[in-house]
Design a protein around this ligand. Structure first.
Ligand SMILES: NC(=O)C1=CN([C@@H]2O[C@H](COP(=O)(O)OP(=O)(O)OC[C@H]3O[C@@H](n4cnc5c(N)ncnc54)[C@H](OP(=O)(O)O)[C@@H]3O)[C@@H](O)[C@H]2O)C=CC1
Ligand SMILES: CC[C@](O)(C(C)=O)C(=O)O
Ligand SMILES: [Mg+2]
Ligand SMILES: [Mg+2]
Length: 337
């Protein structure tokens, strides 16, 4: 193994239990971290702006909610789980004025540190605990006695104890049950952005929508196209998750496997690979970060337009109708929040 992996026995929960932790933000990751830390015996306070729509949710779930500045002032450990684009101003206005030597500033993703949008003072610890899965699953796994693997990194070790503290935090959210892998802010940020753009979200979505369009434009029933291009993808990915691509290929028919081996490389060909490399270089050079911050500063015009186009894609309407008929499909993951 070229990476260092840490499990429950390597982490001392007592370190984080001895601190007051402010979780700033109560969305997908924030609610999962805060509830699981609390259930692990940690003293947690939530930081949210006064008008935040997440406030009632956190309060209903029994958590104490303050403004980000008040929470940062009270806490020894401040975990920033607001949207990446909000973190710069949140840090400048509410967190930086409330830092003191020996405090720890934590992140769930390295974006703002990697791209120098936040520059913490040298006398605090700066670390990252980045779950490798959506926040609602992080919470669900914790409740089920399991965990989602996490990446842990230290950017600044002012106290000499930053890594042990980060591992302790990871244990508090169930991460060391599954395994905590040591990395750097740069590696986490660049691989996370690449994964979500080229494969997990961007690549997979474009593949599913394009497959659905090809079948329906050729006259096949949208319901059948939905099953083939979206629904069944989960079943195939589950097999890959359990035993790799070889396990999936073992389970499918020889006909499917021959089609996979002979046609797959025609779909994801050299041009696609070159485009993936270009996407990676935009991430590494900071071009993507500058574009995204600029888009956010401008009020997200393209983001809103593309999101609306995606929501209006015919596959969504077909899926809504079909899922209503599928009693075996789990309720939406968002309802578990
Ligand atoms: N989504 C995920 O599963 C993953 C996310 N991450 C990282 O975790 C971090 C949080 O992302 P995610 O959980 O998706 O975020 P969400 O968009 O789900 O939630 C953001 C939360 O922050 C609150 N918020 C918005 N603006 C501010 C502000 N100025 N000050 C304080 N709180 C604010 C929001 O409140 P309101 O309800 O009022 O908008 C909301 O509660 C990011 O760094 C992200 O990259 C890492 C791994 C996976
Ligand atoms: C895949 C998207 C992700 O990187 C994640 C859930 O890990 C994110 O930023 O939400
Ligand atoms: Mg990710
Ligand atoms: Mg991400």
């Amino acid at each position: 193994m070229s990476v260092e992996v840490y499990y429950d026995d390597d982490a001392d929960l007592g370190l984080i239990q001895a601190k007051k932790v402010a979780v700033i933000g109560y969305g997908s990751q924030g609610h999962a971290h805060a509830l699981s830390l609390r259930d692990s015996g940690v003293d947690v306070v939530i930081g949210l702006p006064t008008g935040s729509k997440s406030r009632p949710k956190a309060e209903e779930q029994g958590l104490r909610v303050l403004t980000p500045a008040e929470a940062a002032a009270e806490a020894d450990v401040i975990m920033i789980l607001a949207p990446d684009t909000a973190q710069r101003s949140l840090y400048a206005e509410s967190v930086a004025p409330n830092l003191a030597p020996g405090k720890a500033l934590l992140f769930g993703h390295g974006f703002n540190i990697r791209y120098d949008l936040i520059k913490p003072p040298a006398d605090i610890d700066v670390a990252m605990i980045a779950p490798k899965g959506p926040g609602h699953l992080v919470r669900r796994q914790y409740v089920d006695g399991k965990g989602v693997p996490v990446l842990v990194a230290v950017e600044q070790d002012a106290t000499g104890n930053a890594f042990a503290l980060a591992l302790s935090y990871a244990k508090g959210i169930g991460g060391t049950r599954a395994g905590a892998i040591r990395t750097t802010f740069t590696e986490e940020t660049e691989t996370d952005l690449f994964g979500e753009q080229a494969v997990l979200a961007g690549g997979a979505t474009a593949l599913v929508q394009t497959g659905f369009e090809v079948l329906t434009e050729a006259g096949y029933a949208p319901e059948i196209a939905y099953f083939e291009c979206l629904h069944e993808l989960k079943l195939i990915v589950d097999l890959m998750y359990e035993g790799g691509i070889a396990r999936m290929r073992y389970s499918i028919s020889d006909t499917a496997e021959y089609g996979d081996l002979s046609r797959g490389p025609r779909v994801i060909d050299g041009r696609v690979k070159d485009e993936m490399r270009k996407i990676l270089s935009e991430i590494q050079s900071g071009e993507f970060a500058r574009e995204w911050i600029g888009e956010d500063d401008a009020g997200r015009p393209n983001f809103a337009k593309w999101r609306a186009e995606g929501a209006a894609h015919p596959i969504e309407e077909t899926g809504r109708k079909l899922r209503g008929m599928m009693s075996w499909v789990d309720r939406p993951i968002t309802e578990t929040a």
